[in-house]
Design a protein around this ligand. Sequence first.
Ligand code: UDP
Ligand code: MG
Length: 319
Amino acid sequence: MKPHTIWLVIPCYNEQEVLPETSKQLKNIMHGLMEKGKISKKSRIAFVNDGSKDLTWNIISQLHEEDPVFTGINLAHNRGHQNALLAGLMTAKDYADAAVSLDADLQDDVGAVEQFIDKFIEGKDIVYGVRSTRATDTVFKRGTAHAFYKVMKFMGADTLEDHADYRLMSKRALEGLSQFKEVNLFLRGIVPMIGYETDVVYYERHERFAGESKYPLKKMISFAVDGITSCSVKPIRMITTLGMFVFSVSIIMLIYFLAVWVMGKVVAGWTSIVISLWGIGGLILLSLGIIGEYIGKIYMEVKERPRFIIEKVLFKDIE
Ligand code: UDP
Ligand code: MG
Protein backbone atom coordinates (compact mmCIF):
# COMPACT_ATOMS: atom_id res chain seq x y z
CA MET A 1 0.00 0.00 0.00
CA LYS A 2 1.18 3.51 -0.79
CA PRO A 3 2.11 5.44 2.37
CA HIS A 4 -0.30 8.20 3.36
CA THR A 5 0.48 11.87 3.35
CA ILE A 6 0.11 13.19 6.89
CA TRP A 7 0.22 16.82 7.95
CA LEU A 8 0.93 17.96 11.49
CA VAL A 9 -0.85 21.25 12.18
CA ILE A 10 0.48 23.42 14.99
CA PRO A 11 -1.01 26.81 15.88
CA CYS A 12 1.61 29.17 17.30
CA TYR A 13 1.13 32.43 19.12
CA ASN A 14 4.28 34.01 20.51
CA GLU A 15 6.08 30.69 20.72
CA GLN A 16 9.65 31.74 19.92
CA GLU A 17 10.97 30.02 23.06
CA VAL A 18 9.55 26.60 22.22
CA LEU A 19 9.71 26.46 18.41
CA PRO A 20 13.37 25.49 18.03
CA GLU A 21 12.87 22.46 20.29
CA THR A 22 9.39 21.56 19.01
CA SER A 23 10.54 21.68 15.40
CA LYS A 24 13.56 19.51 16.18
CA GLN A 25 11.48 16.81 17.87
CA LEU A 26 8.74 16.82 15.25
CA LYS A 27 11.25 16.70 12.42
CA ASN A 28 12.92 13.62 13.92
CA ILE A 29 9.58 11.91 14.29
CA MET A 30 8.43 12.73 10.76
CA HIS A 31 11.72 11.70 9.15
CA GLY A 32 11.65 8.50 11.20
CA LEU A 33 8.15 7.68 10.00
CA MET A 34 9.13 8.44 6.40
CA GLU A 35 12.08 6.08 6.61
CA LYS A 36 9.85 3.37 8.02
CA GLY A 37 7.60 3.92 5.03
CA LYS A 38 4.63 4.71 7.25
CA ILE A 39 4.05 8.16 5.82
CA SER A 40 4.85 9.61 2.42
CA LYS A 41 7.64 12.03 1.65
CA LYS A 42 4.96 14.62 0.91
CA SER A 43 4.02 14.77 4.59
CA ARG A 44 4.54 18.11 6.26
CA ILE A 45 4.85 19.88 9.59
CA ALA A 46 2.67 22.97 9.24
CA PHE A 47 3.13 25.82 11.70
CA VAL A 48 0.30 28.35 11.70
CA ASN A 49 1.47 31.72 12.91
CA ASP A 50 -1.50 33.32 14.65
CA GLY A 51 -0.37 36.95 14.38
CA SER A 52 2.52 36.57 16.85
CA LYS A 53 4.26 39.69 18.06
CA ASP A 54 7.61 38.02 18.57
CA LEU A 55 9.99 36.21 16.21
CA THR A 56 7.72 33.19 15.67
CA TRP A 57 7.20 33.85 11.94
CA ASN A 58 10.91 34.49 11.34
CA ILE A 59 11.71 31.14 12.95
CA ILE A 60 9.06 29.36 10.86
CA SER A 61 10.34 30.95 7.61
CA GLN A 62 13.87 29.93 8.48
CA LEU A 63 12.82 26.35 9.23
CA HIS A 64 11.06 26.24 5.89
CA GLU A 65 14.21 27.46 4.11
CA GLU A 66 16.33 24.81 5.78
CA ASP A 67 13.99 21.87 5.29
CA PRO A 68 10.88 21.83 3.08
CA VAL A 69 9.23 19.33 5.48
CA PHE A 70 8.29 22.52 7.34
CA THR A 71 5.42 24.53 5.95
CA GLY A 72 4.38 27.91 7.26
CA ILE A 73 0.95 29.51 7.22
CA ASN A 74 0.90 33.13 8.25
CA LEU A 75 -2.42 34.59 9.38
CA ALA A 76 -3.01 38.26 8.67
CA HIS A 77 -3.57 38.90 12.40
CA ASN A 78 -4.30 37.15 15.70
CA ARG A 79 -7.58 35.20 15.56
CA GLY A 80 -7.21 32.88 18.53
CA HIS A 81 -6.27 29.24 18.93
CA GLN A 82 -9.44 27.68 17.40
CA ASN A 83 -9.40 29.81 14.26
CA ALA A 84 -5.67 29.39 13.77
CA LEU A 85 -6.13 25.64 14.04
CA LEU A 86 -8.97 25.74 11.53
CA ALA A 87 -6.86 27.76 9.08
CA GLY A 88 -4.16 25.09 9.32
CA LEU A 89 -6.58 22.19 8.96
CA MET A 90 -8.35 23.74 5.98
CA THR A 91 -4.99 24.20 4.26
CA ALA A 92 -3.90 20.66 5.14
CA LYS A 93 -7.17 19.25 3.75
CA ASP A 94 -6.07 20.14 0.20
CA TYR A 95 -2.73 18.33 0.43
CA ALA A 96 -2.95 15.57 3.02
CA ASP A 97 -4.81 12.29 3.55
CA ALA A 98 -5.04 13.13 7.24
CA ALA A 99 -3.98 15.89 9.61
CA VAL A 100 -2.91 15.70 13.24
CA SER A 101 -3.37 18.87 15.30
CA LEU A 102 -1.22 19.57 18.34
CA ASP A 103 0.03 22.44 20.50
CA ALA A 104 3.36 24.12 19.97
CA ASP A 105 4.48 23.83 23.58
CA LEU A 106 5.22 20.06 23.61
CA GLN A 107 2.51 19.47 26.23
CA ASP A 108 0.96 16.93 23.91
CA ASP A 109 3.32 13.96 23.84
CA VAL A 110 4.73 14.04 20.30
CA GLY A 111 5.73 10.38 20.67
CA ALA A 112 2.04 9.47 20.30
CA VAL A 113 1.88 10.73 16.70
CA GLU A 114 2.69 7.28 15.37
CA GLN A 115 -0.24 5.72 17.27
CA PHE A 116 -2.61 8.22 15.69
CA ILE A 117 -1.32 7.28 12.26
CA ASP A 118 -1.64 3.55 13.05
CA LYS A 119 -5.30 4.05 13.94
CA PHE A 120 -5.79 6.01 10.73
CA ILE A 121 -4.21 3.18 8.73
CA GLU A 122 -6.67 0.82 10.49
CA GLY A 123 -9.42 2.91 8.93
CA LYS A 124 -10.46 5.36 11.64
CA ASP A 125 -11.48 8.81 10.45
CA ILE A 126 -11.17 10.72 13.69
CA VAL A 127 -8.73 9.79 16.46
CA TYR A 128 -8.96 11.69 19.76
CA GLY A 129 -5.95 12.13 22.00
CA VAL A 130 -7.00 11.74 25.62
CA ARG A 131 -4.78 12.59 28.59
CA SER A 132 -4.10 9.56 30.74
CA THR A 133 -3.03 11.63 33.76
CA ARG A 134 -2.95 15.24 34.75
CA ALA A 135 -0.04 14.79 37.13
CA THR A 136 1.93 17.62 35.54
CA ASP A 137 -0.86 20.19 35.78
CA THR A 138 -1.16 22.41 38.82
CA VAL A 139 -3.93 21.53 41.31
CA PHE A 140 -5.69 24.71 40.22
CA LYS A 141 -5.58 23.85 36.50
CA ARG A 142 -6.71 20.27 37.20
CA GLY A 143 -9.63 21.48 39.35
CA THR A 144 -10.79 24.12 36.90
CA ALA A 145 -10.42 21.77 33.94
CA HIS A 146 -12.50 19.12 35.71
CA ALA A 147 -15.18 21.68 36.57
CA PHE A 148 -15.08 22.83 32.95
CA TYR A 149 -16.00 19.37 31.58
CA LYS A 150 -18.70 18.91 34.25
CA VAL A 151 -20.36 22.25 33.50
CA MET A 152 -20.06 21.69 29.75
CA LYS A 153 -21.76 18.34 30.01
CA PHE A 154 -24.50 19.65 32.29
CA MET A 155 -25.15 22.55 29.93
CA GLY A 156 -25.58 20.23 26.97
CA ALA A 157 -22.29 20.68 25.12
CA ASP A 158 -21.08 17.13 24.91
CA THR A 159 -17.31 16.91 24.71
CA LEU A 160 -14.89 14.11 25.35
CA GLU A 161 -13.37 14.46 28.83
CA ASP A 162 -9.64 15.25 28.93
CA HIS A 163 -9.41 15.60 25.18
CA ALA A 164 -7.99 18.94 24.14
CA ASP A 165 -7.15 19.60 20.53
CA TYR A 166 -4.67 16.76 19.98
CA ARG A 167 -6.45 14.72 17.32
CA LEU A 168 -6.19 13.20 13.90
CA MET A 169 -8.76 13.87 11.22
CA SER A 170 -8.92 12.19 7.83
CA LYS A 171 -9.41 14.11 4.62
CA ARG A 172 -13.12 13.32 4.50
CA ALA A 173 -13.58 14.26 8.17
CA LEU A 174 -11.88 17.58 7.36
CA GLU A 175 -14.19 18.02 4.41
CA GLY A 176 -17.08 17.41 6.80
CA LEU A 177 -15.65 20.01 9.14
CA SER A 178 -15.39 22.54 6.32
CA GLN A 179 -19.17 22.35 5.91
CA PHE A 180 -19.72 23.73 9.41
CA LYS A 181 -19.84 27.39 8.53
CA GLU A 182 -20.21 28.84 12.02
CA VAL A 183 -18.07 31.77 12.98
CA ASN A 184 -18.22 30.95 16.71
CA LEU A 185 -16.02 27.96 16.40
CA PHE A 186 -15.65 25.42 19.19
CA LEU A 187 -13.87 22.51 17.57
CA ARG A 188 -14.19 20.07 20.50
CA GLY A 189 -17.95 20.39 20.33
CA ILE A 190 -18.20 20.25 16.54
CA VAL A 191 -15.83 17.41 15.68
CA PRO A 192 -17.97 14.73 17.41
CA MET A 193 -20.90 15.92 15.26
CA ILE A 194 -19.10 15.00 12.05
CA GLY A 195 -19.53 11.30 12.70
CA TYR A 196 -17.49 8.51 11.02
CA GLU A 197 -15.58 5.87 12.89
CA THR A 198 -13.55 7.21 15.79
CA ASP A 199 -10.96 5.95 18.20
CA VAL A 200 -8.90 7.17 21.13
CA VAL A 201 -5.17 7.35 21.82
CA TYR A 202 -4.05 7.83 25.44
CA TYR A 203 -1.00 9.96 26.10
CA GLU A 204 0.77 11.65 28.96
CA ARG A 205 0.42 15.37 29.15
CA HIS A 206 3.74 17.09 29.88
CA GLU A 207 4.52 20.46 31.31
CA ARG A 208 4.83 23.40 28.96
CA PHE A 209 8.35 23.22 27.58
CA ALA A 210 8.99 26.98 27.78
CA GLY A 211 7.13 30.28 27.56
CA GLU A 212 3.80 30.76 29.28
CA SER A 213 0.23 29.59 28.87
CA LYS A 214 -1.92 31.71 26.58
CA TYR A 215 -4.99 30.58 28.50
CA PRO A 216 -5.20 32.46 31.80
CA LEU A 217 -8.34 31.99 33.94
CA LYS A 218 -10.20 34.86 32.26
CA LYS A 219 -9.66 33.34 28.80
CA MET A 220 -10.60 29.86 30.10
CA ILE A 221 -13.91 31.15 31.41
CA SER A 222 -14.73 32.89 28.15
CA PHE A 223 -13.70 29.70 26.30
CA ALA A 224 -16.16 27.72 28.44
CA VAL A 225 -18.97 30.25 27.90
CA ASP A 226 -18.25 30.21 24.17
CA GLY A 227 -18.22 26.44 24.13
CA ILE A 228 -21.55 26.15 25.90
CA THR A 229 -23.38 28.86 23.99
CA SER A 230 -22.14 27.71 20.60
CA CYS A 231 -23.11 24.07 21.17
CA SER A 232 -26.29 24.16 23.20
CA VAL A 233 -29.44 26.17 23.97
CA LYS A 234 -29.89 24.46 27.32
CA PRO A 235 -29.13 27.63 29.34
CA ILE A 236 -32.09 29.36 27.65
CA ARG A 237 -34.34 26.38 28.45
CA MET A 238 -33.15 26.60 32.05
CA ILE A 239 -34.30 30.23 32.15
CA THR A 240 -37.74 29.12 30.94
CA THR A 241 -37.92 26.44 33.64
CA LEU A 242 -36.80 28.95 36.25
CA GLY A 243 -39.40 31.43 34.99
CA MET A 244 -42.13 28.81 35.32
CA PHE A 245 -40.98 27.98 38.83
CA VAL A 246 -40.90 31.63 39.93
CA PHE A 247 -44.34 32.14 38.39
CA SER A 248 -45.78 29.19 40.34
CA VAL A 249 -44.28 30.56 43.54
CA SER A 250 -45.80 33.97 42.78
CA ILE A 251 -49.25 32.39 42.49
CA ILE A 252 -48.85 30.79 45.91
CA MET A 253 -47.63 34.12 47.25
CA LEU A 254 -50.65 35.84 45.70
CA ILE A 255 -53.01 33.51 47.54
CA TYR A 256 -51.05 34.09 50.74
CA PHE A 257 -51.12 37.90 50.33
CA LEU A 258 -54.85 37.86 49.66
CA ALA A 259 -55.41 35.78 52.78
CA VAL A 260 -53.29 38.18 54.86
CA TRP A 261 -55.17 41.13 53.35
CA VAL A 262 -58.52 39.60 54.21
CA MET A 263 -57.31 39.12 57.78
CA GLY A 264 -56.32 42.80 57.85
CA LYS A 265 -52.59 42.46 58.64
CA VAL A 266 -51.29 44.41 55.62
CA VAL A 267 -48.28 46.33 56.94
CA ALA A 268 -46.22 43.30 57.84
CA GLY A 269 -44.23 41.69 55.07
CA TRP A 270 -41.64 44.34 54.29
CA THR A 271 -38.89 41.71 54.41
CA SER A 272 -40.55 39.43 51.90
CA ILE A 273 -41.12 42.34 49.50
CA VAL A 274 -37.52 43.51 49.63
CA ILE A 275 -36.17 39.99 49.23
CA SER A 276 -38.36 39.22 46.24
CA LEU A 277 -37.50 42.59 44.72
CA TRP A 278 -33.78 41.83 44.76
CA GLY A 279 -34.19 38.17 44.04
CA ILE A 280 -36.39 38.56 41.00
CA GLY A 281 -34.45 41.63 39.81
CA GLY A 282 -31.27 39.56 39.91
CA LEU A 283 -32.88 36.67 38.07
CA ILE A 284 -34.16 38.99 35.34
CA LEU A 285 -30.74 40.54 34.84
CA LEU A 286 -29.08 37.13 34.75
CA SER A 287 -31.62 35.86 32.23
CA LEU A 288 -31.18 38.93 30.06
CA GLY A 289 -27.45 38.37 30.17
CA ILE A 290 -27.75 34.77 28.99
CA ILE A 291 -30.16 35.69 26.22
CA GLY A 292 -27.87 38.58 25.30
CA GLU A 293 -24.98 36.14 24.96
CA TYR A 294 -26.96 34.20 22.35
CA ILE A 295 -28.08 37.34 20.53
CA GLY A 296 -24.43 38.35 20.37
CA LYS A 297 -23.65 34.97 18.81
CA ILE A 298 -26.45 35.37 16.26
CA TYR A 299 -25.16 38.85 15.46
CA MET A 300 -21.69 37.50 14.77
CA GLU A 301 -23.09 34.61 12.70
CA VAL A 302 -25.32 36.70 10.43
CA LYS A 303 -22.37 38.85 9.47
CA GLU A 304 -20.66 35.77 8.07
CA ARG A 305 -17.24 37.25 8.55
CA PRO A 306 -14.29 35.16 7.44
CA ARG A 307 -12.93 33.03 10.27
CA PHE A 308 -9.34 33.61 9.27
CA ILE A 309 -7.40 35.40 6.58
CA ILE A 310 -4.21 33.81 5.37
CA GLU A 311 -1.48 36.28 4.51
CA LYS A 312 1.02 33.78 3.12
CA VAL A 313 1.65 30.06 2.77
CA LEU A 314 5.20 28.73 2.61
CA PHE A 315 5.08 25.41 0.82
CA LYS A 316 7.64 23.67 -1.34
CA ASP A 317 6.86 20.56 -3.31
CA ILE A 318 9.45 17.83 -3.04
CA GLU A 319 9.87 15.67 -6.11
N1 UDP B 1 -2.51 29.77 20.49
C1 UDP B 1 -2.84 30.41 19.29
N2 UDP B 1 -3.49 31.61 19.33
C2 UDP B 1 -3.84 32.22 20.52
C3 UDP B 1 -3.54 31.53 21.73
C4 UDP B 1 -2.88 30.31 21.68
O1 UDP B 1 -2.54 29.91 18.21
O2 UDP B 1 -4.43 33.30 20.47
C5 UDP B 1 -1.79 28.46 20.44
C6 UDP B 1 -0.54 28.38 21.28
O3 UDP B 1 0.58 28.87 20.57
C7 UDP B 1 -0.43 26.89 21.57
C8 UDP B 1 -1.89 26.45 21.63
O4 UDP B 1 -2.65 27.49 20.99
O5 UDP B 1 0.20 26.18 20.52
C9 UDP B 1 -2.39 26.23 23.04
O6 UDP B 1 -2.10 27.34 23.85
P1 UDP B 1 -1.48 27.20 25.31
O7 UDP B 1 -0.43 26.15 25.35
O8 UDP B 1 -1.05 28.57 25.77
O9 UDP B 1 -2.76 26.75 26.16
P2 UDP B 1 -2.80 25.75 27.43
O10 UDP B 1 -2.04 24.52 27.03
O11 UDP B 1 -2.13 26.47 28.54
O12 UDP B 1 -4.24 25.50 27.66
MG1 MG C 1 -0.21 24.44 26.34
